[in-house]
Design a protein around this ligand. Structure first.
Ligand code: 4VN
Length: 321
């Protein structure tokens, strides 16, 4: 008994902001952004909240499956940019789609969130029959638009999957790790302490992304190949048996570097970072759905999904699609 992904879907807000658009707002250029990150444009929410993006994905999944909302047993939204601390974004989705019998909660593992959420869904499916797992982010709320090092990186979007209990196990292996002692290298959304006693603290910024880019880059290029190797060691697959690597779209150069560290064929690393930028927990399901829709990912293929980032966290799952 195990998890099977039976539908995939995504939604991005319509507004496209190109590198040239950003260069008109701050001291940067298309040349700088493209050559260092592979990003050409990103979609940014103007009026939409994280739940709005997630609701569109949830409704699309149910429509494709011809499934009614009351047949959904659980909803997990992986996000680091929720509408509120409470209610959870997942609870807002549950209410909006009318999934009356479903439990719902958010899972925050930053850019690893979707992989952590699929691993959690796999365990829930020992008790429950059907769930929705979504990665949704409006990171533009957390971007300091005066800070070019992070403003050029991030984008908004959502992707998700319908998962169902199935007689064969398609989640073959997982490797999830957290390095909390390195957490300060990537922060966003600080909640100030008790403002009654801390007038200055409450005014402190730290709401916006702060990233030690070199430290996080170094973490990704070392930890992700190791995580993928540990996950593969729990399967009977060889590296060359993997059909597609579906990795967090942190930055195009990091993907190349991870492929080289692993000694894997770079052609098997799917990428859409040029179109969407880095969408944290949304990037993997967004990439998965586009590759399924394009006919690249086919049923029965062997996939490695790997997320990495804030926490610091990393997570890999090996699945047969
Ligand atoms: C995982 C990673 C990153 C990330 C880290 C560094 C970085 C993305 C630094 C060098 C810079 C170009 C950009 Cl590895 C971010 C997240 C958050 O989702 C997760 N870009 N860069 C340069 O000067 O070349």
């Amino acid at each position: 008994m195990g998890l099977k992904i039976t539908q995939t879907a995504h939604y991005v807000p319509p507004k496209v902001v190109t590198n040239d658009d950003l260069a008109a707002m701050m001291d940067t250029s298309d040349e700088w952004i493209s050559s260092r990150t592979g990003i050409k444009q990103r979609h940014l929410a103007q009026q939409e909240q994280t739940s709005d993006l997630a609701i569109k994905v949830a409704k699309q999944l149910l429509k494709q499956a011809n499934c009614s909302a009351d047949q959904v047993d659980f909803i997990i939204v992986a996000t680091m940019s929720p509408d509120y601390l409470t209610p959870s974004t997942a609870a807002i989705v549950q209410g909006a789609i009318g999934a009356n019998g479903a439990l719902a909660f958010d899972l925050n593992a930053a850019c690893s969130g979707f992989v952590y959420a699929l691993a959690a869904a796999d365990k829930l499916l020992t008790t429950y029959r059907r769930g929705i797992v979504i990665g949704a982010e409006v990171l533009s709320k957390l971007v300091d638009w005066q800070e070019r090092s992070t403003a050029v990186l991030f984008g908004d979007g959502a992707g998700g999957v319908l998962v169902e209990q199935s007689p064969e196990q398609s989640l073959i292996a997982e490797d999830l790790t957290t390095y909390g002692q390195e957490g300060s290298t990537l922060t966003a959304g600080y909640q100030p302490v008790n403002s009654a006693f801390n007038k200055d603290e409450a005014a402190a910024h730290k709401h916006y992304f702060e990233m030690d880019g070199r430290a996080v880059y170094r973490f990704a290029t070392h930890e992700v190949p190791n995580s993928i190797e540990r996950a593969l060691a729990k399967t009977d697959w060889q590296l060359a048996d993997v059909d597609w690597f579906v990795l967090h779209q942190a930055n195009g150069r990091i993907l190349t570097s991870i492929a080289h560290h692993l000694g894997a064929n770079e052609q098997k690393f799917l990428s859409n970072v040029a179109k969407y930028g880095n969408t944290s927990a949304a990037s993997i399901p967004l990439l998965l759905d586009e590759a399924v829709a394009a006919g690249k990912i086919q049923p029965g293929q062997k996939l490695i999904l790997s997320g990495f980032g804030g926490g610091l966290t990393a997570g890999t799952i090996a699945i047969i699609f």
